[in-house]
Design a protein around this ligand. Structure first.
Ligand code: NAP
Length: 262
């Protein structure tokens, strides 16, 4: 299937590794020029080289910086001649007990997982509407639909973004102008973040790392963790011309882990 987006420009935030990288790879494979960001320069350049090798016809630009800061967002936006596709992503907040989190912890989570994507949406969607095409995909979490007790910062901040998107995506000046805004909700994907979480649980509980990972894997009906490549493929489809009638949605990609019918 030709996704019909070759030649477009995408800003893919937090994309040197994991799910963001999966999205950048899938888009580059479809002929989309990409700006990728991350804080660490080395992994960012290695990913850029891999993307160029994947599709030498596309332009790949890098911006090293913290996307949760004003300066990081300004630099990321300035690197693309225009943003036709925006993939919002950043590191997730730490786990813990809400009793230990003060105002600063909450502000950091809100900045990273709610305000940053909203600021980037604000900076891009009206120009997308003026051109008659735009795609925003926010990487959130299955925890938006099925909150996890020790991920309170993530549950809270991402729910704020989810509420914002539910209203904004339905503005006719966007929806009728070819601009879609959707959230992709990952379950358990085999990335550095997932493995770091398992290591923390193993360390705290004294269980072997393999045991922690296996116990989690068995909870997924698909009996495996997702891959960044399949996450990226779903993202690329949402960014395609074929997904123009999908907006304001929260789309789970979790191997069947969410137990509800709706
Ligand atoms: P990952 O493998 O750890 O990759 C994170 C990427 O984001 C790296 O490229 C990292 O590079 C970059 N990054 C992190 N913070 C950044 C910042 N402030 N500014 C710019 N770049 C930043 O993580 P992942 O598993 O792909 O997770 C991506 C998002 O999905 C996170 O919000 C996570 O909470 C959420 N999520 C993941 C899963 C899962 O199973 N993997 C499930 C639910 C939700 P640098 O560190 O060099 O900046």
């Amino acid at each position: 299937m030709d996704l019909g987006i070759a030649g477009k420009w995408a800003l893919v935030c937090a994309a040197s590794k994991g799910l963001g990288r999966g999205c950048a790879e899938a888009l580059a494979r479809e002929g989309v020029n990409v700006v990728i960001t991350a804080r660490g320069e080395e992994a960012l350049q290695a990913t850029a080289a891999a993307l160029r090798a994947l599709n030498p016809a596309v332009q790949v630009r890098t911006v090293a910086g913290d996307i949760t800061t004003e300066a990081g967002r300004t630099a990321a936006l300035a690197a693309a001649p225009q943003v036709d596709i925006l993939v919002n992503n950043a590191g997730g907040p730490p786990p813990g007990d809400f009793r230990d989190w003060g105002r600063e912890a909450w502000l950091a989570a809100l900045e990273a997982n709610m305000i940053t994507p909203i600021e980037l949406i604000r900076a891009t969607v009206d120009a997308m509407a003026a051109r008659g095409f735009g795609r925003v995909v926010n990487i959130t979490s299955s925890a938006v639909k099925a909150p996890i007790d020790f991920l309170g910062l993530s549950n809270g901040a991402r729910s704020g973004l989810t509420g914002f998107v539910a209203g904004t995506a339905r503005q006719s000046r966007l929806a009728a102008a070819g601009v879609t805004i959707n959230n992709l909700l990952p379950g358990s994907f085999d990335t550095d973040r997932l493995r770091a979480g398992f290591s923390a649980v193993a360390k705290k509980s004294g269980q072997p790392l393999e045991g922690v990972s296996e116990a989690r894997r068995k909870l997924v009906p698909a009996q495996r963790f997702g891959t960044a490549a399949e996450f990226g493929a779903y993202c690329a489809f949402l960014c395609s011309v074929h997904a123009s009638y999908v907006t304001g949605q929260n789309l789970l990609i979790d191997g069947g882990a969410y137990p509800g019918a709706y």
